[in-house]
Ligand binder design. Structure first.
Ligand code: BES
Ligand code: MN
Ligand code: ZN
Length: 502
């Protein structure tokens, strides 16, 4: 129950209204008028051009200048934002520039903002509208739940209107805005779960969120398995990792049925370690401090399901995760212990901090049993992935190139950075144990691949893609203008885009 009450204000939270209207850009009456400009393009009259020159405005990406018009235009101020070089332009530049403009605009507490709707023949108007709506919402996000001063005391703008002189695109833009609202809401839902400290985000809380999402929706069902049921299922990996914690584990299975006949059945599996202390193979303090985020995969699944009814993809979607805390104690799993996964394969636990692959083993076997056409898993799995790709890029490993490409294409479209790494067969030797079928740590190098090969043992040839989101889930510094320090919700928008493709 606690969980549902906890985010009530967030769920009903409404910030500035975003809309589109037909009109002439420089004829708008408003407190701030946002105008985009490419490098080397002069689109202003002498009055504004002169000020831009004085301000040394070069239209560099995200560079902004706020100009008081002093009656020169109906708008009280014009906010000019740079888009950078035209030949380097992509969706990410538009997202960043939009977030940057919104941020500068917001700082002077305007009541009304009107923004040019940036339209280009290179992209669909609907996609542009979705992208800019997402960036405004995501840039506006902050996690202030635990602060005495809730919010920064600034007044939110009352309206944010896009304006276009092309009446034919209005409908498309409106549907793009609605979609962007949904994808941003789902991402923010995940961010909130991930940012919340473990004291309020235990396995039990994750279960409550799953239940509250499904409540009153005929398209979504939830099944929850407790310790006793996990015992009967033979989920030795989940039970073994959970043994050290005073909080019991749960297993969650959410099912979305489209109203039409489903074109495919897709399982989305998340890693739901509510806190990763490392267990008896205890983490050093510095690496443990952010480990409340180790349930980001499960949070992505919940974020997706929080809007899935409205997104209404044409596929049956199974959201699956184990919610477990990894703690050291007198009852904790020990290095050298052997656990048996749901498919009977045994796993020698040589490092209790490599717990993710062990609970995912059971989760993937369970997913496979649903006979899905494909499985996608998201997991904050390895530090090695961060060593390989840095903090901002997800490592994708897959046994099916078609599925891998679908995910990569979806990710690129929503500007989430992902890169494929190989499931190198010759590294399988590193996952073999002397005393069990598998061991839970690989060799000295390339643990991101060893972990992937370990997981592959549990998908039984089902087309499967594994997303190692260890880096991008949590921004230890601002990643960009709409992905600030803290939980990012990375993965949610890719999942939605991927599912909408069927
Ligand atoms: N949850 C961690 C991975 C992680 C690290 C996520 C940093 C986010 C940021 C995972 O359970 C882990 O501890 N992995 C170990 C595995 C090792 C012991 C083989 C790692 O990567 O160090
Ligand atoms: Mn760990
Ligand atoms: Zn972990």
């Amino acid at each position: 129950m606690i969980a549902c009450i906890f985010f009530q204000d967030r769920l009903s939270f409404k910030s500035v209204d975003i809309s589109i209207k037909k009109g002439i850009l420089f004829e708008q009456f408003c407190d701030i008028l946002i105008v985009y400009v490419f490098q080397g393009v002069d689109r202003f009259d002498d009055f504004i051009s002169k000020i831009l020159k004085e301000e040394k405005f070069k239209a560099k990406l995200c560079q902004t200048v706020l100009i008081r018009t002093g009656g020169h235009l109906p708008a009280k101020r014009v906010l000019v934002v740079g888009l950078g070089k035209k030949e380097e332009f992509d969706f990410q530049s538009l997202r960043r520039a939009t977030a940057s403009a919104y941020f500068s605009a917001k700082s002077i507490e305007p009541k009304t903002i009107v923004s040019e709707f940036f339209n280009t023949s290179d992209f669909e108007s609907k996609e542009i509208a979705q992208a800019v709506t997402e960036s405004i919402r995501l840039a506006d996000y902050s996690f202030t739940k635990y602060k005495k001063e809730n919010g920064n005391g600034k007044r939110k703008p009352q309206s944010f209107e896009f304006v276009t002189d092309d009446g034919r695109i209005i409908k498309k833009v409106q549907s793009g805005i609605s979609l962007g609202e949904l994808t941003a809401r789902a991402t923010i839902f995940a961010r909130d779960l991930i940012n919340t400290p473990t004291q309020d985000m235990s396995p039990r809380h994750l279960v409550e969120f799953a239940k509250s999402i499904a409540k009153g929706k005929s398209t979504i069902r939830v099944r929850v398995f407790d310790e006793e049921k996990l015992e009967k299922m033979g989920a030795g990996g989940i039970l073994g990792i959970a043994k050290g914690s005073d909080d019991p584990p749960f297993f969650v299975h959410m099912i979305y049925h489209p109203k039409i006949k489903a074109k495919k059945k897709i399982a989305i599996v998340g890693k739901g370690v509510t806190f990763d202390s490392g267990g008896l193979s205890l983490k050093p303090a510095a690496s443990m401090s952010t480990m409340k985020i180790d349930m980001a995969g499960a949070a992505d699944v919940l974020g997706l399901f929080s809007v899935i009814n409205e997104i209404a993809p044409a596929v049956e979607v199974h959201g699956i995760f184990a919610a477990v805390e990894n703690m050291p104690s007198g009852r904790a799993v020990r290095p050298g212990d052997i656990l048996k996964a749901m498919n009977g394969k045994t796993m020698e636990i040589l490092n209790t901090d490599a717990e993710g692959r062990v609970i995912l083993a059971d989760s993937l076997v369970y997913a496979t049993k649903q006979k899905p056409d494909m499985i996608v898993d998201l997991a904050t799995l390895t530090g090695a992935c961060m060593v390989a790709l840095g903090e901002e890029i997800t490592g994708l490993l897959s046994n099916d190139s078609k599925l891998a490409n679908l995910i990569l294409t979806a990710a690129a479209k929503v500007s989430e950075k992902m890169w494929e790494l190989p499931l190198e067969k010759n590294y399988k030797q590193f996952t073999k144990s002397d005393v069990a079928d598998l061991k839970n740590i690989g060799g000295k190098y390339g643990d991101v691949i060893s972990a992937g090969l370990f997981l592959e043992e549990f998908v039984n040839k089902t087309p499967w893609a594994h997303l190692d989101i260890a880096g991008p889930s949590f921004a230890e510094r601002d990643f960009d203008e709409y992905t600030k320090k803290g939980a990012t919700g990375h993965g949610v928008r890719t999942l939605i885009e991927f599912l909408r493709g069927f």
